[in-house]
Design a protein around this ligand. Structure first.
Ligand code: DON
Length: 309
């Protein structure tokens, strides 16, 4: 069933689009600076396969931090809760996503949660396999299953651009290696992590992934269990407490749904038992969240009473 353009959604998109001029595309990963700050698109995917969209849904972006919730699900499925949370904590930080400060201040020195860069690097480290290629194949295959899109691939250009400039993430890795949180070669871990962040999706793919979380791990239409309900529940909880970084509290008040953002401008939303939402809008606010995407979700949340709270 193709995703249908929807008039009501188009008018909400138009309203939110005015806010793109208040944001800036990310440029600390040089390849991301090529994105068009005016782009904005949205898709909403329902359990029966009905899909509504607005804007240019073909526009692709890289997952960036949205991949963190996917690798968390995979690590929980592979290694179990006890192991995962022996290496990474449960608590929000209130700091920017790439901050190193709490890593040194917490005792034992483990990342506070899996949604900040340090925690996500620790989680990616857990993905098992004999080589970076094998581990990356596992991650991208999982993204294909969750999105129902066999054509998903990654941008080698964005991966290389981040790999070559990722000094802060390298520092986080070395710090964690010193403290026994990770024990692999840092360059290999960064190779895998930058590739996972560079997986390309459009807003429809994000909405499809979102609905799997919304349906407690079940694929829409077929009802096939793609991840255990408990894994989906844990991921959604982190999306609420840390999914929008140090804007998660305000987002919970204004929108009130589990969501995860990325610096390429994507937002994945999971409205429990109702639908998945995917947004692509590369202009970001100062905390790294899509500025018009947030506005769009705010409008949707008040119009359709989406808040869980
Ligand atoms: O590690 C990084 O900095 C990026 N690959 C991902 C960061 C990100 O998406 C934060 N999002 N708002």
């Amino acid at each position: 069933m193709p995703c249908q353009s929807n008039e009501e959604l188009e008018s909400i998109l138009l309203e939110a689009k005015q806010y793109t001029s208040e944001g800036k595309v990310a440029d600390y990963i040089p390849a991301l600076s090529k994105a068009n700050p005016d782009d904005l698109s949205v898709a909403i995917f329902h359990p029966d396969g009905t899909c509504y969209s607005a804007g240019c849904i073909q526009e692709k972006i890289t997952l960036q931090s949205i991949s963190k919730v996917i690798t968390l699900a995979l690590a929980l499925m592979e290694s179990g809760e006890e192991y995962v949370f022996s290496k990474v904590g449960y608590e929000p930080t209130g700091d920017p996503f790439n901050s190193i400060v709490k890593l040194e201040m917490s005792n034992p020195s483990k990342p506070l949660n899996p949604m900040i860069n340090a925690g996500a690097l620790a989680v990616t480290h857990m993905i098992k396999g004999n080589s970076v290629e094998e581990r990356f194949r596992k991650i991208i295959d999982f993204v294909k299953r969750l999105s129902g899109n066999e054509e998903i691939s990654y941008s080698a250009e964005v991966a290389k651009s981040e790999f070559e400039t990722s000094h802060l993430n390298r520092a986080l890795c070395f710090f964690m290696k010193q403290h026994g949180i990770i024990n692999e070669d840092v360059e290999e871990l960064l190779d895998l992590y930058t590739k996972q962040c560079s997986i390309e999706v459009n807003c429809l793919d994000l909405a499809r992934i979102g609905i799997v979380f919304a349906l407690n791990g079940k694929e829409p239409i077929t009802n096939k269990q793609l991840m255990p309900a408990q894994v989906a529940r844990i991921c959604k909880t982190f999306m609420v407490t840390c999914g929008m970084y140090n804007a998660s509290g305000e987002f919970a008040v204004r929108v009130g749904i589990p969501a995860k953002s990325g610096v390429a401008g994507g937002i994945l939303g999971a409205v429990p038992n109702r639908f998945g939402i995917g947004i692509s809008g590369p202009a970001l606010d100062d905390k790294g969240n899509s500025v018009a995407g947030l506005k769009l979700l705010e409008i949707l949340a008040s119009k359709y009473e989406l808040s869980m709270f």
